[in-house]
Design a protein around this ligand. Structure first.
Ligand SMILES: [Cu+2]
Length: 150
């Protein structure tokens, strides 16, 4: 190897924790190894903003003052649970996010017809979605939500 240790050390910075051997910084004995790590996904940037009920996400022109939104827009469920989306898909076509959260395996499929849709979430992840009309940028800043499957 051509790079000498003295050359590496000359930058003067100590290695980051866990960086020396490539291992993760998670301490041993801190719960199950496969415990999901929280992932901030817009618009749900903190665990505390997630509702755990109801299992129905109502959407449309909602709230006080009213705005185009999903309620609850941040919903935490268990793997295998079903979430019902209720509202006009013609006015608010729903799409799985291509930019936020868990991209592969998102069970939310694009829908632009009907008023009700049941979606089963078989596996863990942060499955983001948005309205094709009022959430056009898919950046989570407008009409969008996340289902956190634990
Ligand atoms: Cu909409």
């Amino acid at each position: 190897m051509a790079v000498s240790l003295s050359a590496l050390a000359s930058c003067g910075r100590p290695p980051l924790p866990g960086a020396a051997d490539g291992s993760a910084a998670r301490p041993a004995g801190d719960g199950p190894v496969d415990a999901p790590i929280f992932l901030p996904v817009a618009p749900c940037l903190d665990e505390a903003v997630y509702a755990t009920a109801p299992r129905t996400v109502t959407f449309g022109f909602l709230g006080t003052p009213p705005g185009f939104s999903y309620d609850p827009n941040c919903l935490a469920i268990d793997a295998g649970d079903t979430v019902t989306f209720s509202g006009s898909f013609a006015a608010h076509p729903i799409y799985p996010s291509a930019k936020r959260g868990t991209i592969t395996g998102n069970p939310i499929s694009g829908t632009s017809t009907g008023d009700r849709k049941d979606v089963v979430f078989p596996g863990a992840g942060f499955f983001a979605y948005f309205c094709g009309i009022h959430g056009g940028l898919d950046d989570g800043s407008t009409m969008a939500g996340v289902v956190w499957v634990r």
